[in-house]
Design a protein around this ligand. Structure first.
Ligand SMILES: Nc1nc2c(ncn2[C@@H]2O[C@H](COP(=O)(O)OP(=O)(O)O)[C@@H](O)[C@H]2O)c(=O)[nH]1
Ligand SMILES: [Mg+2]
Length: 347
């Protein structure tokens, strides 16, 4: 694996070669050490990301119509001259064998369109979590000239918080179920939303959808406003019939203008970069620690004593890390801060 390979890949994807983009995405999804190195080299060769892209996170309970909505919104945007990339995030796909097929059939129009690129979630575990792969994938599709990035999650918990960390705007899709109930979506997830959409506002569901939207509006008024005083709007749409899609996009544009106007847009990306940096530091440190023979040996030695309760995992962890950093501190009660005060010399 060489630098020329990653340069060729970078050139290929920047020139719009779809197979180069697909290969690059496979590379950032890989957890192999040599692939990680090449991926990091490739990302470095892409240069700074274009500043005028919009990254949308789309979330909501399974079956609410996310894929149908993304298809409708995506085709609408392509009609307006945009280039779209859809990245699916599905932490369950490893177990279920993937929702890949379902998604592809609901996004047929996009899958066939040359101004769109649809990437189903990879199977297999993602080292470093969803956020890491998704952040890298976003940079790749942006370098390939896509200006609107949609990240779809399955909407079952942890993935929402991770997706909210990588997008400019977090869009929550709800649909009226029997009895106007909004499918028990967690309050914590509603609090992440910058825009709430009540889908399936059509046919037999329409009246229920209107009531659900009104309920959401009053619930949202009770929550504290978002960055820069943004009041989260609630929009009705029918992804199936394509109604309300214009209104949704108008609200997205209003949000982006609002956030750019008060610097919140750039600030959010800055915070996300900082969070990414520390997540990477964590990964690197942990990988180095786990690979360190001395640390492994010491961890093995203390196993039996830990099992007997003679020493605790937290104290042992501290000792292992200090040992790894080359400043074992055997004094009882000493902290990392103490050893910094004493000059932090290797003892
Ligand atoms: N009536 C109605 N059905 C919809 C609408 N949007 C999606 N559906 C249906 O809801 C089901 C789940 O849609 P899908 O997009 O796969 O949901 P996802 O799991 O959230 O991605 C499918 O049968 C869709 O045809 C809508 O606006 N109105
Ligand atoms: Mg879906």
């Amino acid at each position: 694996v060489t630098g020329e390979d990653s340069q060729a890949l970078a050139d290929g994807l920047r020139s719009g070669d779809r197979s180069a983009l697909a290969r690059a995405l496979t590379l950032v999804e890989s957890t192999r050490d040599d692939d990680r190195l090449l991926a990091s080299d490739l990302l470095a060769r892409l240069g700074p990301p274009p500043g005028d892209t919009v990254r949308l996170g789309v979330s909501g309970p399974p079956g609410v119509g996310k894929s149908t909505f993304i298809e409708a919104l995506g085709l609408h945007l392509i009609g307006r001259g945009h280039r779209l990339a859809v990245l699916a995030v599905d932490p369950s796909s490893r177990l279920s064998g993937g929702s890949v097929l379902g998604d592809k059939t609901r996004m047929e129009g996009l899958a066939r369109n040359r101004n769109a690129f649809v990437r189903p979630s990879p199977t297999g575990s993602a080292l470093g979590g969803i956020a890491r792969r998704t952040r890298e994938a976003i940079l790749l599709v942006e370098a390939a000239g896509h200006d609107i990035i949609v990240v779809e999650t399955v909407g079952v918990g942890q993935s929402e918080t991770e997706v909210a960390q990588v997008c400019d705007l977090f869009l929550l899709l709800l649909a009226p179920a029997a009895g106007d109930d909004l499918q028990g979506i967690k309050r914590g997830i509603v609090e992440l939303a910058d825009l709430v959409i009540v889908n399936k506002a059509d046919g037999a569901f329409e009246a229920a959808a209107r009531r659900a939207a009104a309920d959401q509006r009053s619930a949202l008024r009770m929550m504290r406003p978002r960055a820069g005083g943004w009041q989260v709007p609630v929009v009705l749409c029918s992804a199936l019939h394509g109604s309300g899609i214009d209104e949704v996009w108008a609200e997205v544009e209003r949000f982006v203008d609002h956030q750019r106007g008060c610097e919140a847009f750039a600030e959010r990306r800055r915070r996300q970069s900082a969070a990414w940096l520390w997540a990477e530091v964590e990964q690197e440190l942990l990988a180095a620690l786990r690979a360190d023979p001395g640390t492994r040996a010491r961890a093995g030695e203390v196993g039996a004593r830990m099992a007997r309760g003679e020493i605790t995992p937290p104290a042992t962890a501290m000792e292992l890390v200090r040992g790894f950093l080359g400043r074992p501190d055997r004094e009882h009660g000493a902290t990392a801060a103490d050893s910094r005060r004493s000059g932090g010399q290797k003892r």
